[in-house]
Design a binder for this molecule. Structure first.
Ligand SMILES: O=C[C@H](O)COP(=O)(O)O
Length: 253
């Protein structure tokens, strides 16, 4: 049985004091970490303080991106080495907003995933199709190609420890969710792609999240599907009450 993983992606929201208040409220909840993994992917400038504020709790902290080099003249960037040094344990890689606004490609995503493992960070690797690609029935081929490119050169062990987040771009922040059956079909196609590339054991262990307008009202149905092992959540992760409901759904799935 794959453990559910619910990750909040705060994107460029919250001040430091809002972030700390959120974590304080969340820490008061009794979330069973044996049933669900809780991750908050926060803006880079809060990571240090949030790692300290969540020590000895069920909450893990993730970054929203990283640079693939260990260090160097890359103004404004943060490396996996620096994230690991802070005690960060997850990192979102290849989010569609990074691909769209910051020119990330399948090739840079692959480099970052490799660098994440070199720094003991669990990558949450985002893949997904545009509305146009969906309308042309290209979803599965696009998503499978993104997955294989992201995982190129990784060991079976690393692939097994990766988290793949299927996020149809047209469903992000729009209120439009893929139906649970459609999302499950794409997650199944991702698992089959991993089966072809890395074998049965890896494919049955790797965790695949769905992301795109996930909220307390739709998460239960999504998590009831065979190939959906969690959620990567933007808007509904910003309020502690709503995030807790998502975690509860993860515990009970
Ligand atoms: O990383 C999270 C996704 O972009 C989903 O965002 P959303 O839940 O606001 O649609």
């Amino acid at each position: 049985m794959r453990k559910r993983v619910i990750a909040g992606n705060w994107k460029m929201y919250k001040t430091l004091s809002e972030a700390k208040d959120f974590v304080e409220q969340l820490r008061e909840k009794q979330v069973d970490s044996s049933k669900v993994e809780t991750v908050i992917c926060a803006p880079a400038l809060f990571l240090d303080q949030l790692v300290q504020a969540t020590k000895d709790s069920f909450i893990s902290i993730g970054a929203q991106t990283m640079h693939e080099e260990k260090e160097g003249a890359f103004t404004g960037e943060v490396s996996g080495h620096q994230l690991q040094d802070l005690g960060v344990s997850y990192v979102v890689i290849g989010h569609s907003e990074r691909r769209q606004y910051f020119n990330e490609t399948d090739d840079t995503v692959n480099k970052k995933v490799i660098a994440a493992f070199e720094n003991n960070l669990t990558p949450i690797i985002c893949v997904g199709e545009t509305l146009e690609q969906r309308e042309q029935n290209e979803t599965e081929s696009i998503v499978s190609a993104q997955v294989m490119a992201a995982l190129e050169g990784l060991t079976e062990e690393s692939v097994e420890n990766s988290i793949i987040a299927y996020e149809p771009i047209w469903a992000i922040g729009t209120g439009k969710t893929a139906t649970a059956d459609d999302a499950n079909d794409v997650c199944q196609a991702i698992r089959e792609t991993i089966l072809d590339g890395f074998g049965e054991e890896v494919a049955s262990s790797v965790r695949i999240q769905y992301g795109g307008s996930v909220k307390p009202e739709n998460i239960e149905e999504l998590l009831s599907k065979e190939h959906i092992d969690g959620a990567l959540v933007g808007g509904a992760s910003l309020q502690a009450d709503s995030f807790v409901k998502l975690l509860e759904a993860g515990e009970n799935a």
